[in-house]
Design a protein. Structure first.
Ligand code: UTP
Length: 303
């Protein structure tokens, strides 16, 4: 069944969290600005939205918003200095982030949770389905996920979450989904969701990761959602209500992702992302890989 609704064109990127796991680096800088090799994590996320056809990006920011806005804006002083030097390569790098998408910003004020951050996007989004990309979740550009989620939303209507199978002892770090198979092997029907469950109460090992395509009915629910786990207004709690009653905003489906994903808000995953992406880079990779090989075989064995 094909549902007729407007083509999805808007991406919302919540980036107003406190980033406490990365203190002190995040004391005066949003964690989304931490570099992954030589680009801030957030630029990968905006590039992913654009690659999936979403060129209207709303960033939900909080304190320390300046670096985020400045990064996606022109920097004439730097541009003219590079022009004078005739450094076309670096000039292109500086201009790349300001030419990517039409950027909009809204401030969350109090960081009252991810659900509250998404609700701040309501006036900009209006009455259309939209995508949400978490600023600290990095999906490898070679493993397109968002495009598939948009396709599933266009085919089936309602909302679509991204799911990834994790080890049972990891599920308490995520939202967990109760699922039923569909005729598409990478798509499941989501019948319930629990935020950060104890492993014994988790409906499955399918964890929700930071990509969503949402029906605008989620805004009405978020307005009524009370603070949940951690005293925060949880997006998962609102999605649970959508999943429990499809008359509200259509069904909730999950796209099962088997590709490479890094949680750059977690220090270990952040380091792994940098090593992996640096190894694969054409410019840095050859030297870095041979250093890494030497480091692992020689120096690590002494520990
Ligand atoms: P996290 O759960 O990673 O929280 O938020 P955090 O505050 O950013 O980081 P830690 O746990 O203290 O280290 C998930 C996503 O939701 C956004 C964050 O910016 C992140 O992208 N968020 C969270 C908001 O925009 N507003 C909030 O009130 C909470």
């Amino acid at each position: 069944m094909i549902h007729s609704h407007p083509r999805i064109s808007k991406a919302v990127i919540p980036a107003a969290g406190l980033g406490t796991r990365f203190l002190p680096a995040t004391k005066a800088t949003p964690k989304e600005m931490l570099p992954v090799v030589d680009k801030p994590a957030i630029q990968y996320v905006v590039e992913e939205a654009v690659a999936a056809g979403l060129d209207d990006v709303l960033m939900v920011t909080g304190r320390n918003k300046r670096p985020l806005e400045d990064h996606f804006d022109r920097n004439y002083e730097l541009e003219s200095a590079l022009e004078k030097k005739g450094d076309a390569d670096r000039l292109a790098k500086v201009q790349e982030s300001s030419d990517l998408a039409t950027m909009h910003y809204v401030r969350q004020g109090d960081p009252k949770g991810l659900g509250h951050a998404v609700l701040c996007a309501a006036p900009h989004v209006g009455d259309e389905p939209f995508a949400v990309l978490l600023g600290d979740d990095l999906i490898d550009p070679r493993d397109p996920l968002l495009r598939r989620m948009i396709e599933v939303q266009e085919q089936r209507g309602g909302s679509v979450v991204a799911l990834m199978e994790v080890a049972p002892e990891q599920i308490h770090l995520y939202g967990s989904a109760a699922v039923e198979a569909t005729e598409d092997s990478d798509v499941v029907r989501v019948s319930g969701l629990v935020e950060k469950p104890d492993p014994a109460d988790a409906p499955s090992n399918y964890a929700i990761i930071g990509r969503y395509v949402l029906d605008p009915a989620v805004f009405g629910i978020l307005r009524r959602t009370e603070p949940g786990r951690g005293g925060e207004i949880q997006l998962t709690d609102a999605l649970q209500q959508l999943a429990a009653d499809e008359r509200i905003g259509g069904p909730v489906h999950g796209v099962v992702f088997k590709g490479r994903r890094y949680d750059t808000g977690d220090r270990g995953d952040y380091l792994r992302a940098i090593v992996r992406l640096a190894c694969e880079r054409e410019d840095l990779g050859p030297d870095f890989r041979s250093w890494l090989r030497r480091y692992v075989t020689e120096e690590m064995q002494e520990r």
